[in-house]
Design a protein around this ligand. Structure first.
Ligand SMILES: Cc1ncc(C[n+]2csc(CCOP(=O)(O)OP(=O)(O)O)c2C)c(N)n1
Length: 614
């Protein structure tokens, strides 16, 4: 790209106000101010709100994609088409998008291309706590690491400029605490970044071996230039007083992202070098900093990437021998690490917190995912599960899921489980509608290809419930709620070659049981699709609530087997066992407990006027 092609010369206008923004909203605002014209992603905590916060803008094409790879493909296509594009995802989403990501580092960009990856140290809502900073190193892509909302906006905005200046995709990595914390952000104006148009350049954009070989040196040369940029960057900040001459009792800390906040809280006066870019590293700047102190510490969340790089460059540092590699950092482990290093006193042991009652996560009252798992348990199925609200079926009291690894893995794993011959029951894959569209379709193609003797249960609640209820290509609605063509799940399964496809109402327990039993008896791949909407989306689904007639209750406790949070014990006993009652406020009237109650002690009661609608 020539410099006259660049978007960065576009002008900004009048001053705008300061507002309170979460890190996610600030990232989105950064893309807005940078003039992005396309923003795409797939939901995933802690990244989901980035796109949602700008979904009402008419000057940006904001969309959900079926998965993160498609999102990055769309964003890369838009970039090569000449416009600034943003792709958003959670850390594990970058695994899905990695194929495109790694080679986009070769093609480079045209309009700026920024990929936001939101890591989840501590696994608040994730299947692993991988450290996405490693992806920047593997791909040779520059990485920005904001530590608060202000930086989330500024670094995202700047990332578009860097992307165009160096002809590279840029990774911006947040973590849960940055994504979800709020801070005051000074708003700027949106620049005009009209399309530069597509320019045919096969040697740059067609990555066949002959052309890709030519791009590899370009990538390495670009990294050298990016290193020089990082060395000079004014965004790398130093805190604390430089030591006075002859003072050799000093120490310094190199850090980045949210870890910087903890270091500053624990050691407000310490000398700190805070890096804005986690890759490539400004080694000379760090070396100069290290030479001004006697001991150099690295404080980083998760893996010792910075520490290892500095050690490999011959810079002596102390890191993971003091600070944990597992889970989130916070001021406490940072304080303990510096205490272990002998720099500060350990904090006196805090009073133990008062004991709390363990409350395992449960599916919502009326969740349509519950009955199929009751049926699967009774049918003795070996269940290869997937990721979504229904993963809660792995816990007591349902305890009806045997594996769960990555989005879309259930079907392929069921095929493998059946091939192993080691399952002690019929093999069933269970997968939500959003997950099926994300990464399950190929698994089903394989089940047909292998003529695997498995049943696939698609739990179609018409939304991506786990992440807050986002639309996807199966729901027939866009992110903005506009109508579009929905995937016909039955037609799709049949088109893939599944001959036994049935749809069942999961609120009818007997029908669900019978449908699954028949599917399991079918020789070859079969599919059962449940068809009740999520009770929380788009508005809470509520029918007449139910109540227990105490005199009829025999305390058989069958209604307790689904683990419905609306059903609670009472102090009344029948033959030494506790009777139950139903919380009328949270009961949705799904009737599952009614179907399980043999003494017919559960009856409907009219909901009082003023309750929420159906
Ligand atoms: C690769 C990847 N992307 C995104 C997520 C976040 N996530 C977890 S479950 C889920 C989808 C849930 O929707 P669905 O399968 O329809 O089940 P539901 O929660 O609606 O029952 C998403 C997007 C993830 N865990 N992994």
């Amino acid at each position: 790209m020539t410099s006259s092609d660049s978007h960065t010369s576009a002008s900004a206008s009048a001053q705008e106000p300061s507002v309170l923004l979460s890190g996610n909203e600030a990232v989105a605002r950064g893309a807005v101010e940078a003039g992005a014209l396309v923003a795409v992603g797939y939901p995933g905590t802690p990244s989901t709100e980035i796109l949602e916060s700008i979904s009402d803008r008419t000057d940006i094409d904001v969309r959900w994609s079926p998965n993160e790879k498609v999102a990055l493909d769309v964003a890369l296509g838009a970039s090569l088409g000449g416009v600034r594009a943003l792709a958003t995802m959670k850390h594990v989403g970058l695994n899905v998008a990695a194929d495109t990501f790694m080679t986009a580092a070769y093609t480079g960009v045209r309009g700026g291309l920024v990929i936001i990856v939101a890591d989840d140290p501590g696994m608040h809502s994730s299947q692993n706590e991988q450290d996405s900073r490693a992806y920047a190193r593997m791909a040779g892509v520059p990485l920005f690491e904001p530590s608060n909302s202000t930086e989330a906006k500024e670094f995202t905005r700047l990332a578009f400029d860097v992307s165009e200046e160096f002809d590279t995709p840029v990774l911006v990595r947040t973590t849960t605490r940055v994504s979800h914390n709020r801070g005051i952000v000074e708003l700027g104006s949106r620049i005009e970044a009209p399309s530069l148009g597509f320019e045919r350049d096969p040697a740059k954009y067609v990555m066949i071996p002959g052309f890709a070989r030519g791009r590899r040196p370009v990538l390495l040369d670009r990294l050298e230039r990016l290193t020089a940029y990082a060395e000079e960057s004014e965004l790398n900040l130093e805190f604390g007083q430089p030591p006075s001459p002859g003072d050799n009792s000093t120490f310094g800390v190199v850090t980045s992202g949210i870890a910087h906040q903890y270091v500053r809280e624990v050691l407000p006066d310490a000398r700190v070098l805070k890096l804005a870019m986690g890759y490539p590293l400004p080694f000379e700047r760090i070396r100069a900093f290290s030479e001004s102190v006697d001991r150099l510490f690295v404080v980083e969340e998760l893996d010792p990437l910075l520490e290892n790089d500095l050690k490999a460059a011959g810079i002596e540092v102390e890191g993971k021998t003091l600070f944990p590699q597992i889970g989130e950092l916070s001021p406490d482990p940072v304080r303990s690490g510096f205490a272990k290093a002998g720099l500060i006193d350990a904090r006196p042991e805090a009073e133990p917190a008062p004991p709390t009652v363990a409350r395992p996560p449960l599916m919502c009252p009326g969740c349509p995912h519950t009955p199929p798992y009751l049926a699967l348990k009774r049918l003795g199925a070996v269940v290869a599960g997937d990721i979504g609200c229904y993963t809660l079926a792995s816990l007591e009291p349902l305890a009806a899921m045997d594996t769960c690894v990555a989005m879309g893995s259930s079907i392929g794993m069921a095929v493998g489980m059946a091939a192993s011959g080691g399952a002690d029951g019929p093999v069933v894959a269970t997968i939500g509608d959003s997950t099926f569209v994300h990464g399950g379709i190929q698994g089903l193609a394989d089940a047909v290809y292998a003529q695997a003797n498995i049943t696939v249960l698609i739990l179609d609640n018409g939304t991506t419930a786990m992440t807050g209820g986002q639309e996807h290509p199966g729901t027939g609605l866009t992110l903005q709620g506009a109508e579009t063509t929905p995937i016909d799940l039955v037609g799709l399964c049949k088109a893939l070659g599944v001959r036994d496809v049935n749809v069942v109402d999961p609120y009818d327990l007997a029908a669900t049981y019978n449908s699954l039993e028949a599917a399991m008896a079918y020789a070859g791949p079969s599919v059962v699709i449940t068809n009740r909407p999520c009770v929380e989306a788009p508005i809470k689904v509520r029918d007449q609530p139910y109540e227990v007639i105490s005199e009829k209750c025999t305390a058989c406790q069958a209604c307790m087997t689904p683990g419905c949070p609306s059903i609670v014990w009472t102090d009344e006993l029948h033959e030494g066992r506790k009777k139950v009652t139903i919380d009328p406020v949270s009961c949705t009237g799904c009737t599952l407990c009614v179907q399980l109650c043999t003494p017919m002690a559960i009856v409907s009661v009219p909901r009082k006027k003023g309750g929420s609608g159906a």
